[in-house]
Write a protein that binds this ligand. Structure first.
Ligand SMILES: Cc1cc2nc3c(=O)[nH]c(=O)nc-3n(C[C@H](O)[C@H](O)[C@H](O)COP(=O)(O)O)c2cc1C
Length: 221
């Protein structure tokens, strides 16, 4: 028998504020014509405001069983696409090899802003993946070299010994790369933007790819 939570949690959750302080009104006509320019501007504002890890986002993919799956990853670069990096052998890497459709969701609580980016994620050039790998901490590189992420840990002492050995290897051979570590670019086709407000539903805008450009529309929130 397992211990499931008991008693209602509803009142505790209900009491948590979810609304930001006042923010400029969001209207399609005053937004940049490219949604990645808006994403960059909002990220820069979060960095200036000291938001912790504002470049982390939820990445949703379609599993090989057809079920949705999501996890947090870090934005590594931003141009006309979103760049993130992971192992091609991880569940998300395998999912993307099978079905490239993906969605990224950024949420910044203090400013009450959400941006969802839908598109196709494809592996970037090998030199970009290698550069990303080499910029990582030796412990992170060691973890990739072991290739054990997500498998059963077993004996923690044995696991620590293997990790330490792999870390030594990463430190001794700082130029070693990993063919599994892959920088992916999520190429946007649809971007949904939401600005919450203190006392109303807020505003919502979407960008839909239209030939070489984008159509921007105000939506009911
Ligand atoms: C803040 C944060 C940032 C993360 N960044 C990454 C990342 O950039 N790449 C990555 O592979 N995993 C990252 N992870 C770990 C993933 O969320 C996930 O646990 C792991 O990659 C396994 O995912 P998968 O089994 O769906 O492939 C991060 C986790 C957190 C909490």
């Amino acid at each position: 028998m397992t211990d499931a939570p008991s008693g209602s949690f509803r009142d505790v959750l209900r009491a948590i504020p979810t609304r930001p302080e006042e923010r400029p009104v969001l209207r399609a006509e005053s937004l940049p014509t490219h949604p990645m320019v808006l994403l960059r501007t909002w990220l820069e504002e979060e960095v200036e405001n000291g938001t912790p890890v504002p470049h982390a986002f939820a990445l949703a993919t379609v599993g090989m069983d057809g079920a949705p799956q999501a996890r947090t990853v870090i934005l590594k670069d931003l141009d006309d696409a979103l760049w993130f990096a992971t192992s091609s052998g991880s569940p998300k890497g395998l999912a993307l090899a099978h079905e490239a459709s993906a969605e990224a969701v950024f949420y910044w609580a203090r400013s009450g802003r959400q941006i969802r980016v839908k598109g196709r994620a494809e592996p970037g050039p090998r030199d970009v993946s290698d550069a990303d790998f080499l910029a990582r901490h030796p412990s992170a590189r060691a973890g990739v070299a072991l290739g054990t992420q997500g498998t059963e840990l077993g004996d923690p002492d044995e696991a620590e010994r293997r990790l330490a050995e792999a870390r030594r290897g990463a430190e001794e051979r700082p130029g070693d790369t990993s063919t599994a570590w892959t920088a992916y670019r999520l190429i946007p086709t649809h971007v949904d933007v939401l600005q919450l407000r203190p006392a109303s539903a807020g505003e919502r805008v979407d960008y839909v790819q239209d030939g070489d450009g984008w159509t921007v529309r105000d939506l009911w929130p």
